[in-house]
Design a protein around this ligand. Sequence first.
Ligand SMILES: *Cc1c(COP(=O)(O)O)cnc(C)c1O
Length: 413
Amino acid sequence: MNAKLESGVTTRPVTRQTFDEVLVPTYAPAAMVPVRASGLDVWDQEGKHYLDFTSGIAVSSLGHCNPVLVDAMTRQINTLWHLGNGYTNEPVLRLGAALTEATFADRAFFCNSGAEANEAALKLARKYAHDKFGPHKSRIVSCYSSFHGRTLFTVSVGGQSKYTEGFEPLPPEINHINYNDIESARAAITDDVAAVIVEPIQGEGGVIPGDVEFLKTLRELCDKTGALLVFDEVQSGVGRTGALYDYMNVGVTPDILTSAKALGNGYPIGAMLTTDEVGKHFTVGTHGTTYGGNPLATTVALNVIEQINQPAFLARVREASAKVFANLEKLVADYPQLFAKPRGKGLLIGLPMAEGYKGKSKDYTKVAEKLGLMLLIAGPDVVRLAPALIVSDAQIAEADSIMRKAADAFLAG
Ligand SMILES: *Cc1c(COP(=O)(O)O)cnc(C)c1O
């Protein structure tokens, strides 16, 4: 029936080696292959245990196989999976109501990823500007070192040339300014700008919090020029910084906010939130997606929001954050040759490598992984910690202990 199946190709055991044989080499995954996980615990093919301080990349904020989500998902799987956009469904209506009640927004558009949410945000900003002011108002201003996704539009808007090289020609009318540089913002945001897009805390770019003054200035400049302010909260959102969205910490309200990653706890979903005034420009037929807002994804996201958007839950995120930061400050004091001052917010934390170890963040995380702790990097110079928001004090202590052992092992070569 199937030659490959008969020859045994598709039934052979799969290992890390198989990745190199059958997948396009866009990634260089770790040597171990995780097979099972629960909460912050992960087990690989050999049965070895790891403490997960990555949550994917700030995705599984309620832990792997969160029981409330498993239960909600199982019920929905037996009820309704998919409808075309010719029909709406109850979970998407509930999620839209929950997100608009919880935020500045009046309207939501659902899609399947962060890149798609940003693509929708940028297209909507263009549409709004063209409808209201005319096609000359089309420029997009973004920041260097930002990350907004991998579609050609969002990757061009992202300010990292290493991700656009080789993919030219890129869409025009996109300018980049230095993050937290108020003077450049003033120079760049002029009357022909349709949208300013910014991460309130740069994630991939090294876990760099935005200065409140910078973000406030962007708001003022957008108000002055009629540009829309887009906050990309794909990484910072859904409780990660100790507030439901980081704009709430900062006290600057965007016109459009994008969310994904933790919104589905690992089930793909993206959201673009906006006001009535802006959202009405996406009229029938102007934008869309086959899977966006499907009943499975929106059921998971609704249950995620219900668990995370509780004062006690968010207070615990801030408490856990203070504990992790206190441990990292001590770690830096004890290993000043290896690490520099930690930065970030909530449980999105960057630990820069010290001067003598620049470029070595990946090497350090590999040592930690061998010792049973999964960590992220944010570029070659920064170790990134993004544990599930349900991390316990015991797990925080365990991570600290492994990070110290890894520091010793790393320095010993
Ligand atoms: C991860 C990320 C994206 C892209 O999300 P995808 O789901 O991978 O498309 C966009 N913006 C920020 C800030 C991110 O961290």
